[in-house]
Design a protein around this ligand. Structure first.
Ligand code: CTP
Length: 398
């Protein structure tokens, strides 16, 4: 999503400037074209040589250099977005008052692209009324402010005022600047992760699903403009985007209830969760003691969520399921599509090395009920999620 995007990064004099190096690296890695402008004070905190090496462009700091004039107007017009990170208290005050005594400020004042700032300062400076007023002024100018974080500050104190982490800045850009509208107006339900079925107050039956595929799907739908409802079992993941509505559940029944309650309003549902097929018929009220050599657990079937949704699906609703198979993959996947009344089934074969549970990569085959089949290579789960979402977008228009 950041591929080919033109990002102008302004760095000001703050100890948090070191984080800008990682920010540049992540942006470049994501395929963005980055140009950097430093204030004179920023040069004391971060090396222009490092930034020039990472971006492969000369870093600009001066308005005039012997016989050249840095064209600040063109820089602001070139960029898709200007990001100022870190934004010091001093540069904030100058921006709020329209001062123009360095190149970064000249670029800011002449920028026609959106401007995003990530402030960094000590808590007392951050809470000062003049800072609050200056931030309000920037908001009035239409600039977007990335919230500061709480934690260790350069002064040694702990408090509010830390610059957002580079990953947070990138997520902010994706959510607030580069979100597209192909799926605007569409409501999407995604399920993710495992379910945990209790046996007694301390034990449960679960599986190794990490939830990465489901979270990547939710994010891919969201960045294409959809309203996304993510229902997830227990995972160690957090959504990168504040706008994704996340419901946390534990058991298959809770996941089923959460899905059934909103499915009626959804345009698309993608069920990628690894839902337990069986649960304990009776959950012991007290911890089961190891009093005998053997223990039999009586298990009963859980509700099949995909099948239940397939049973109430209306015209115009697109239902997508996954099939995790180890043998007769294609045949089993197609059977699942038919039995559960899904429109699309995504086959995850555990025979593919590097694909499926626990990996960051996956390799899938997409089957549409109209006969279309698409096979992907072994790719990151984000890339796979993009391919699935693009296939779904095409299916909506077919
Ligand atoms: N699924 C579901 N509810 C369940 C079990 C599975 O909604 N109780 C969904 C999964 O989210 C997935 C699809 O059904 O989208 C297929 O899941 P999979 O585990 O491959 O198949 P099962 O239906 O459980 O059948 P089996 O385990 O026999 O292969």
């Amino acid at each position: 999503m950041l591929e080919g995007k033109k990002i102008l990064l302004g760095i000001t004099g703050s100890i948090a400037a070191y984080k800008a190096i990682l920010l540049v690296r992540l942006l470049v890695k994501a395929g963005a074209e980055v140009r950097v402008v430093l204030t004179p004070a920023a040069k004391s905190f971060v090396s222009p040589l490092v930034l020039a090496t990472l971006t492969k462009y000369k870093v600009l700091t001066e308005m005039f250099e012997e016989d050249t004039w840095a064209n600040h107007v063109m820089l602001g017009r070139w960029a898709d977005v200007m990001v100022i990170a870190p934004l010091s208290c001093n540069t904030l005050a100058k921006m709020a008052n329209g001062q123009c005594d360095n190149l970064l400020l000249a670029v800011y004042l002449s920028a026609t692209c959106p401007v995003v700032v990530s402030p960094a300062m000590d808590e007392d400076m951050w809470l000062h009324p003049s800072t609050k007023r200056n931030i309000d002024l920037l908001k009035q100018f239409g600039n977007k402010i990335i919230p500061v974080e709480k934690g260790d500050l350069a002064s040694g104190l702990i408090g509010e005022g830390r610059m957002a982490e580079p990953e947070t800045i990138i997520a902010f850009l994706k959510e607030n600047i580069f979100r597209t509208s192909e799926l605007a107006e569409k409501k999407v339900l995604v399920t993710a992760g495992p379910t945990y079925e209790p046996i007694d107050p301390v034990r449960f039956m679960g599986n190794r699903s990490s939830g990465k595929m489901g979270f990547s799907l939710a994010e891919a739908f969201y960045t294409k403009g959809a309203e996304v409802h993510l229902v997830t079992g227990p995972v160690n993941l957090e959504s990168s985007f504040a706008g994704i509505q996340v419901t946390h559940v534990q058991t298959a029944q809770e996941m089923a209830d959460a899905c059934m309650s909103i499915f009626g309003q959804m345009n698309i549902a993608v069920l990628s969760a690894a839902v337990a097929d069986y649960k304990a018929a009776v959950v012991a009220e007290e911890k089961i003691k190891k009093n005998s050599e053997e223990l039999d657990l009586h298990l009963i079937k859980t509700k099949d969520i995909l099948k239940s949704l397939g049973g109430i699906k209306k015209d115009g609703q697109l239902l997508v399921g996954f099939a995790l198979e180890t043998n007769n993959e294609k045949e089993n996947a197609l059977k699942k599509m038919e039995n559960k009344n899904a429109d699309i089934i995504i086959l995850n074969s555990l025979r593919n090395a590097g694909a499926g549970f626990g990996y960051d990569t996956n390799k899938i085959t997409i089957f549409h009920k109209d006969g279309r089949i698409i096979e992907t290579g072994l790719e990151s789960k984000q890339k796979i999620a993009d391919e699935i979402v693009n296939f779904i977008i095409k299916s909506l228009h077919a």
